[in-house]
Design a protein. Structure first.
Length: 187
């Protein structure tokens, strides 16, 4: 059996527990309609500046290393689609307001748009959000991080390159050394 995005979404959503961002929970629901697709978002959610900031910051949450990062995995498109089609307008506020606050902070601190800031500056902006050093920062960071992680680990890249998909795992070996594990496996 090949895993589909909804099944992966249910598994990833479980790791966030009761703090799960509502649109992710809504999309993960077993009886959710319509089926999640990869089409265009039904409504625009972000301004061009907000979108560019969202793209740049998603790559900082899961950067390209020896495996592809958030951008290569299509996380920005996932975030666009999830917020457009699976969230209520009021649920988008922490993300949109947070991106605006990050942009304002970047222009204030670095005199440059957050999307054009250096990697170190973008990391500092995310740290400021995480540590709630601007209004709504921690709430934005928590929800944004959930969106990026969920988008990444339910993507084909996340399921097949970052993790290793084994449709039929090998036999059980209770004495297998943890030090021999190279990747986390998903089923």
């Amino acid at each position: 059996m090949i895993i589909d995005r909804r099944s992966a979404l249910i598994g990833v959503a479980a790791m966030f527990g009761s703090n799960l961002f509502t649109p992710i929970a809504r999309a993960a629901a077993r009886d959710a309609q319509p089926i999640i697709d990869t089409g265009k978002p039904s409504v625009p959610v972000f301004t061009p500046v907000q979108h560019a900031t969202m793209v740049a910051l998603s790559e900082r949450v899961i950067p390209t290393t020896d495996t592809p990062g958030a951008i290569a995995a299509g996380v920005p498109d996932y975030i666009d689609k999830l917020l457009a089609d699976w969230s209520l307008p009021e649920e988008r506020i922490p993300i949109v307001a947070g991106l605006d606050a990050v942009e304002a902070r970047s222009k204030g601190d670095y005199k440059i748009s957050a999307a054009r800031a250096t990697v170190a500056q973008q990391d500092a902006l995310l740290t400021a959000a995480m540590e709630d050093r601007f209004t709504g920062g921690a709430d934005f960071f928590d929800k944004f991080r959930q969106l990026v992680i969920t988008g990444y680990y339910t993507s084909e890249i996340g399921m097949t390159q970052e993790r290793e998909y084994l449709p039929v795992p090998a036999e059980y070996d209770g004495a297998f050394l943890y030090s021999k594990i190279n990747k986390v496996y998903s089923a």
